[in-house]
Design a protein around this ligand. Structure first.
Ligand code: BG6
Length: 280
């Protein structure tokens, strides 16, 4: 039997840390001054097989249902390689790099050679995510990609998400009907599963831990998924506690509304920065 994958710790000092499980390169904890920013379900399964329920799973090469393989693709259930171990930079920040390369397993679902590099930088109040996908084969391929971030919140009903006004969204709760967001601040008070398209490069979520604000900044990730399963769907998930839904909100930056078509020998790059705001 193989041993369970390692968890890699980025430690910036001052109780500011980030833990990454090599299973899916899932960020399972991000603490700023000892305060956890990410939600991980108490029922999450760490068996090295199932996707981890919470933190930041890496979704690639498919967001959503997939006729070639598991929902949300194989990256979140693959064992990633620690490409460069955590290293302190001159600035005091800490960075580490992870990678995922095609294997017999990935090619059995999706027959393309690729290489994903995932570089994380832990700063004082920020976490930087830098993603690159290389097409190392001889033909082009198409994929979608998303950082499925579960933010920890005291009560989702008190959160508001700014930076989505005017955007078109596909409402998966309403059979994929398309609407236009007319609110300055989006509140979540029921089962919500929306794919906002062509969103601005910045969203701000209010009332995350300690009533603070979380700023989400993104580059080359044009879409934003907002998801909370609410009670009815929480109950249906074996790896999510029935009473946990008020304590999380997923605001997920990705490239999902239309796939990236990546020609042979080229590279797709994207990034996200999460920033905790200290002034409420
Ligand atoms: C969201 C999707 O990103 O992830 C939802 O929009 C989905 O439709 C949710 O239910 C969770 O997916 P999973 O596969 O982790 O249960």
């Amino acid at each position: 039997m193989s041993s369970p994958p390692d968890v890699i710790l980025l430690d910036r000092g001052n109780n500011t840390t980030c833990s990454v499980n090599l299973h899916g390169a899932t960020i399972v904890s991000w603490r700023v001054n000892n305060q956890e920013q990410l939600f991980v379900s108490k029922q999450a399964v760490f068996d090295g097989k199932k996707a981890i329920r919470g933190g930041v799973p890496f979704i690639f090469p498919q967001f959503g249902a997939w006729h070639l393989g598991p929902q949300h693709g194989f990256a979140r259930t693959s064992t990633w390689t620690l490409e460069s171990p955590p290293e302190r930079l001159e600035s005091g920040d800490v960075e580490a790099m992870f990678s995922l390369t095609d294997s017999e397993h990935t090619r059995s679902m999706w027959n393309f050679p690729f290489r994903v590099f995932y570089r994380l930088i832990l700063r004082e109040k920020e976490l930087h995510f830098n993603v690159s996908v290389s097409n190392t084969g001889h033909e082009s391929f198409a994929f979608t990609l998303l950082l499925h971030t579960y933010f920890k919140v005291p009560d989702v009903r008190r959160c508001q998400i700014g930076g989505l006004k005017g955007c078109t969204y596909v409402d998966k709760v309403q059979n994929g009907l398309v609407f236009r967001e007319d609110r300055d601040a989006v509140a979540v008070g029921e089962f919500t599963d929306r794919v906002y398209q062509d969103t601005p490069p910045e969203q701000i979520i209010s009332n995350v831990v300690s009533g603070r604000k979380m700023r989400v900044m993104k580059y080359n990730l044009p879409d934003t998924v907002v998801w909370n399963p609410w009670l009815e769907n929480a109950q249906a998930m074996g790896d999510f506690g029935d009473e946990e839904y008020p304590n999380m909100i997923c605001v997920e930056a990705g490239r999902v509304a239309s796939p990236v078509h990546l020609p042979s020998g080229t590279v797709f790059e994207a990034s996200q920065i999460l920033q905790v705001h200290y002034c409420v």
